[in-house]
Design a protein around this ligand. Sequence first.
Ligand code: ADP
Ligand code: F6P
Length: 348
Amino acid sequence: MKKIGVLTSGGDSPGMNSAVVAIARAAAAAQMPLVGVKRGYNGLLRKSQNIKDDLLELDLDTVLDIADLPGTYLRTARCKEFLDPAVRQAAVNTLNEMDIGGLVVIGGDGSFQGAMRLCEMGIPCIGIPGTIDNDLAYTEMTLGYDTAVNVCVDAVRAIRATSRSHDRPAVVEVMGRHCGDIALTTAVATGAEQVLVPEEPWSVEEVATRLNDLMAHGNTRSTVMVAEGCWESMKPFDLYGYLAPLDANVYPGEKMDAHNLARVLRLMCSVEARATVLGYTQRGATPNARDSAFAFEAGYLAVQLLCKGISNQVIGVRNGRTFYMPIVDALKEKRAFNAELYNVVNAL
Ligand code: ADP
Ligand code: F6P
């Protein structure tokens, strides 16, 4: 193999840079130049006027400085046209022209689908799981999840301090797309009294009943952790019909969200419930030790696999150890949400 390429794709996640540094160090040790592909698969399509905005040789000295930085130095972007085989052929042509004999793809399941397609077209690829969502069933860890949870835990503790001071319940929304893991783990780690996730059905009335019950028992500052995807599993609730007679500031068709849930709870429970949406603070955090350590192992392993001629694999963690398996099998695995733990949080 003459050169290796690396790209980050999908949402950025803490630890992506640490993985790129590990890849750069392993490639340097194997005396193979490393090419950084910018903005996910877009860089392979050479859309920019200046080639360095698409593809740049990564010099070890420069890369060493980015190891601990949040975000992704290589930039990231979605590239919808990569679903088109003709577009992917253009990417393969770029890789061949540049003498790039193997590609490390750091991203989530969508990015891995792209890597699998490139393998089918003769480009050896290895995937490293990079997503805060923790939505990849085959692995116990994805880069950034642990960091994101720690950001959420710090935030909930801070919110709780002010909630306690004012005797106000809090609704706190975290990310995770269709996956409730960030919300559940944060709820468990902070002792939140309720958690709402996309995997389990729930109703506004149940949340209000539980909040009233907690207040009746003296807890005036409880936390309702909500996953951003939990609105998918909410039992039907007529938000406009409920709010309009009580509060003019609502429009027909308005959707339920964290702020509206707090608003409804204020009315149903006669309490000053407030909402906070943590948003991108979770994604843009500095990687913690766990994520950086996994990034190091995964980056090193990815280069070893490519050097040995092993491809079409994804790296992950199983039983606490870094391992690899075929992309196709990894993507077939079904996620098992921890419903037991979810029930415990909502029942205690
Ligand atoms: P993630 O990798 O975090 O799941 P996305 O689902 O947005 O993020 O996918 C990232 C990128 O991976 C897409 O923008 C596209 O370039 C590529 N991709 C996703 N699905 C496919 C597919 N079925 N075939 C080829 N490329 C894909
Ligand atoms: O996949 C990571 C993630 O942060 C999800 O938790 C969230 O739903 C999504 O990306 C947000 O994506 P965007 O960057 O397009 O707002």
